[in-house]
Design a protein. Structure first.
Length: 364
């Protein structure tokens, strides 16, 4: 395998033929994901409400998505019987009844207000610890997407997330939609305009699992789809001063990645064009993917970022990769994190084992 990689990186006879061969192999490995319509829409949405204003502000964003998907929404509030976790102190039954009725009335009111925009919506009041109940609901009921706010009613002073949001990322399975507390506040009766969607791609099969979702959203909302790929300078192990051969090696690796990335993005744009969706690509030739993607989102005035929880690193045992985690805590606009189901995850792992696919870079 090592000899094959070397030959592809440093062709001696016909460089163009070798590069085309590499791109063809990479494209074939991507086709199954890019052409797939499986999982391109979410049908069952779980919206976590903690009775804070930030949580309620998530509703216009998710209702706009649910209407396009023709999805069912469940509003979930977890009624914590002992918020101080003092198990030795018995619950005050009178206080319990009052708070329980208040929570029930809150959910009923929110559902009724939302039904003017979306008919297929109901609500559930669960009792216990918040994260445990959210996880249990996802196990016991079909849930394609869990929606939540980054913070409760506390004043947002830093980029750090609320503790519940962090726990949802770490413990709740499936795809997630995070609505930052800093996102533009929209009136409940106003339709959220998703006019521009950002889709980061690093060339990996893992990252491409977000492609069908983003493409379908762009179709539904008639949005422009912006693809983004960041190339970084290849790093070599150096135990002393770099020699001229090292510099030439880095330059050739960088040119190879640039050629491959451009061809990859062109192939993605060609696939998007068959769906009659407006799209363009941003190929950034330097910088840290985490910071660059935040910058692109601001420059493009993006309404939504859609990306896979993992990229080329493929560490699917972790909640998400480093790029996704950074965007999760720093983006000021909605972030849709796509996580694969069990079957999709096996397909991705099998694709990673195919030695004909040489990843562009590890960006997540």
């Amino acid at each position: 395998m090592f000899q094959r990689i070397i030959k592809q990186l440093f062709p001696s006879d016909d460089a163009e033929v070798q590069v085309n061969s590499l791109l063809s192999a990479s494209t074939e490995c991507s086709d199954s994901v890019l052409n797939s319509s499986v999982g391109a829409e979410f049908r069952n949405l779980l919206v976590c409400l903690d009775r804070s204003q930030h949580a309620k502000n998530t509703l216009p964003y998710i209702i706009a998505l649910a209407k396009g998907w023709n999805a069912h929404i469940t509003l979930l509030n977890v009624f914590e019987t002992n918020k101080n976790h003092n198990m030795e102190k018995p619950a005050d039954l009178f206080d319990w009844k009052i708070r329980h009725n208040e929570a029930q009335d809150y959910l009923r009111k929110v559902a009724e207000e939302s039904r003017s925009e979306l008919k297929d919506i109901d609500y559930e009041l669960q009792e216990g610890q918040v994260i445990e109940q959210i996880c249990s609901w996802g196990v016991e009921h079909p849930t394609d997407l869990t929606v939540f706010s980054s913070h409760s009613d506390k004043v947002v002073t830093t980029s750090s997330l609320g503790s519940t949001a962090v726990k949802i990322l770490q413990e709740v399975s499936g795809s997630l939609l995070l609505i930052p507390a800093t996102a533009h506040r929209i009136d409940a009766n106003t339709t959220v305009p998703y006019s521009r969607i950002l889709l980061p791609l690093d060339g990996s099969v893992q990252a491409e699992t977000a492609f069908p979702i983003a493409l379908r959203l762009a179709e539904i909302h008639k949005a422009e789809l912006v693809l983004a790929h960041i190339i970084t300078t290849p790093q070599l192990v150096n135990t002393g001063p770099r020699c001229s051969n090292d510099t030439e090696l880095v330059q050739r690796l960088f040119r190879r990645n640039e050629v491959t990335a451009k061809a990859y993005l062109d192939a993605c744009l060609a696939k998007i064009d068959t769906h009659k969706v407006s799209a363009r690509a941003r190929l950034i030739k330097t910088g840290d993917a985490r910071d660059v993607l935040l910058q692109i989102a601001r420059e493009e005035k993006t309404d939504l970022v859609v990306l896979s929880a993992h990229g080329i690193s493929g560490r699917v045992n972790e909640p998400c990769g480093s790029v996704t985690a950074h965007l999760f805590s720093h983006l000021a606009i909605p972030l849709l994190i796509v996580r694969e189901c069990a079957r999709q995850n096996r397909d991705v792992q099998e694709a990673h084992q195919d030695e004909t696919r040489i990843p562009l870079r590890a960006s997540a």
